[in-house]
Write a protein that binds this ligand. Structure first.
Ligand SMILES: Nc1ncnc2c1ncn2[C@@H]1O[C@H](COP(=O)(O)OP(=O)(O)O)[C@@H](O)[C@H]1O
Ligand SMILES: [Mg+2]
Length: 373
């Protein structure tokens, strides 16, 4: 038996107190992030929240105003340290693939292998093209490949030098929706097979939840939460995460006990102890149960029918709007008065976590289908 590798427990990446501003804009604001070796982590957030700036700092393409970056236990960015991009052992995959159009697939993939002897380089190119399922296409020019194949060439080029870390910036956004799901699965399989550690940037929450084992959510330059998909969905720690990841409606609440809140739809149990007197209460549409009843608390104002399920909007008598996701059976109609119930405990946030007011909101989507014969 070999001795335990002291490096094995070291994270592949540590970012500590990273900060970057451009003129008056703070793009990244004191971000601390650790990425375990061998993990696939997504960096999720709306456009402009600082995701690309994070990747560019990790890759060494831009220098942070302050903070430290360690890759595989070695400080690459820090006070008086700035290792150039080509010496960080990081592989990059961009949104537009950035393949060299005049070079063959093989020469694109060989690009980062300049210091290997020629024979070894050719062997590595074959090996990586095999890994991404493009064996035999080495002589083609990128233009002669489909979008999905070009994406795999970009990935092969990034993986060829066996990087400590692979960074992918919105890699599927140029593919059409039909192709995206397939290529996504392929890329996940390839990264796993290569035992790579990867950070995958996306603004698409479904993509983040379904593709990666860990999700780091950013908003306005700040990191809000890092968790596995299920924890992120069931126990969001901020109201932003609750509303950005999945569907959520928010009601005002008041503390009624350690694990109890009073809301416009009654007293509800909470997942965690309730911190402050005034809270924001998250309701997921799939946890809302509706029952037609004349003396109910609200009225059905819209039904969007999707076949596999339907989204029913209920306006409570006090003006708040809640959504309920239900099965395919149309047993409730627009105009029905309903009673509402919530399955399981709810998540409550301190209302002063987030200055946004909790006000009744207007209906968001038109009714798609309301009548059935
Ligand atoms: N080179 C730059 N010069 C000026 N502002 C920039 C530059 N790069 C990014 N920004 C600004 O920083 C913020 C974060 O940008 P970015 O990291 O590209 O976000 P994301 O990738 O999440 O969409 C945005 O407000 C953006 O306009
Ligand atoms: Mg970006």
């Amino acid at each position: 038996m070999s001795a335990p590798d002291p490096q094995a427990s070291l994270p592949a990446l540590v970012c500590a107190g990273l900060r970057k501003s451009f003129g008056g804009t703070i793009a990244v604001d004191h971000v601390d992030l650790e990425v375990p070796r061998g993990s696939l982590t997504s960096l999720l957030g709306p456009s402009g929240c600082g995701k690309t700036t994070m990747l560019r700092m990790i890759a060494g393409l831009i220098t942070p105003d302050s903070g430290r970056i360690d890759i595989d236990g070695r400080t690459v960015t820090g006070p008086r340290v700035s290792v150039p991009p080509e010496r960080r052992n990081v592989g990059l995959v961009f949104q537009d693939y950035a393949l060299f159009p005049h070079l063959s697939v093989g020469r694109n993939v060989a690009y980062g292998l300049g210091n290997l002897p020629r024979r070894q380089r050719a062997a590595r190119v074959d090996e990586v093209l095999e890994l991404v399922g493009l064996a035999g296409l080495s002589q083609r020019l990128p233009a002669a490949l489909s979008g999905g194949q070009q994406q795999r060439v970009a990935l092969a080029r990034a993986l060829a030098p066996s990087p400590d870390l692979v960074l992918l910036d919105e890699p599927f956004s140029n593919l059409d929706a039909a192709l995206r799901a397939t290529v996504r699965e392929e890329v996940r399989g390839i990264l796993h097979a290569a035992e790579a550690t990867a950070i995958f940037v996306t603004h698409d929450q479904e993509e983040a939840l379904s593709l990666t084992d860990r999700v780091a959510v950013m908003h306005a330059g700040r990191l809000h939460q890092v968790a596995d998909p299920q924890t992120l969905y069931t126990k969001p720690t901020t109201r932003f995460v609750a509303e950005f990841v999945g569907e959520a409606d928010v009601l005002p609440g008041r503390r009624a006990g350690q694990y109890l809140v009073d809301t416009p739809i009654g007293r509800l149990p909470t997942t965690e102890p309730v911190g402050s007197a005034a809270v924001a209460v998250m309701i997921r549409p799939e946890s809302l149960r509706l029952r037609p009843r004349a003396q109910g608390v609200g009225e059905v104002v819209a039904i969007s029918y999707f076949g596999h399920d339907q989204l029913v909007q209920v306006r409570l008598d006090n003006g708040f709007l809640l959504r309920a996701r239900r099965g395919p059976r149309l047993d409730i109609e627009r105009g029905d008065r309903v009673e509402v119930q919530v399955d399981g405990p709810v998540v409550a946030f301190d209302a002063d976590d987030d200055p946004r007011e909790i006000a009744p909101r207007e209906r968001q989507e038109p009714a798609v289908l309301t009548a059935v014969s």
